[in-house]
Write a new protein. Structure first.
Length: 225
């Protein structure tokens, strides 16, 4: 995959790796506001955003991760799952190339990109330390919650493309399965990568202490917050 966004620290090796996935009928450049905010907050991070290899029609700047023609709740999980093996290989390749481990890697995405980020975290616990899902959802209830990955969900409450109930449901499932997840809803915001949600993402990355860290500090005792 091509990387229209690939920003490295001005000096020294990367301390963190942030990988960003665009939405449907979009490309990596749509993620520039998010990438710029993350770069400002984490100047020692490597930030990489690829273009999906699949174009939408003949439009060079409109790409997608999976098709939505004939998409139903029943076949949605399968279509997402088909995208995961090459995405998994790509994430691991970036970690090796840039010398950043899983715990210091964050995988983010908007819309389809957010859905894929969540699905990959479900399928490969510990591949990344954090997931940032903007306007995404889980396509089905997972059998288990990741123990080594924290999920941060961000959604416009007025989203009419992927309803905010998708993120609410994901949070409820994570609570039921004792996973580590947060949810930020922005009132009056639709299906967009809004500055308010980006600001909340920066806050979560700098203030949220993962459950696994609390458990280690408490000697493995249950976390009550």
């Amino acid at each position: 995959m091509e990387h229209p966004i690939e920003w490295l620290p001005a000096e020294g090796e990367p301390a963190q790796l942030i990988l960003l996935l665009h939405g449907w009928r979009s490309d990596a450049t749509a993620l520039l506001p998010l990438a710029q905010a993350l770069r400002s907050q984490f100047p020692q991070a490597a930030i990489v955003a690829p273009d999906s290899p699949t174009r939408w029609g003949e439009h060079p700047t409109q790409r997608l991760w999976y098709g939505i023609d004939g998409l139903t709740p029943q076949n949605w999980p399968e279509r997402v799952a088909e995208c995961l093996p090459p995405l998994l290989q790509w994430v691991r390749a970036q970690q090796r190339r840039l010398g950043v481990g899983a715990a210091a890697t964050a995988l983010g995405g908007f819309s389809q990109g957010g859905i894929l980020a969540l699905a990959l975290a479900m399928a490969r616990d510990g591949l990344v330390g954090r997931v940032l899902s903007f306007g995404g959802c889980l396509t089905e209830k997972p059998a288990a919650a990741p123990k080594l990955t924290t999920l941060h969900l961000f959604h416009g409450a007025a989203d009419e493309v992927i309803a905010a109930d998708g993120s609410r449901q994901a949070l409820a499932w994570m609570a039921e399965l004792e996973g580590d997840a947060t949810l930020d809803l922005a009132q009056g915001i639709g299906h967009e990568l809004h500055p308010v949600l980006i600001e909340r993402a920066l806050w979560r990355l700098t203030h949220h202490v993962p459950q696994r860290t609390w458990r280690e500090a408490l000697g493995g005792a249950p976390v009550h917050r």
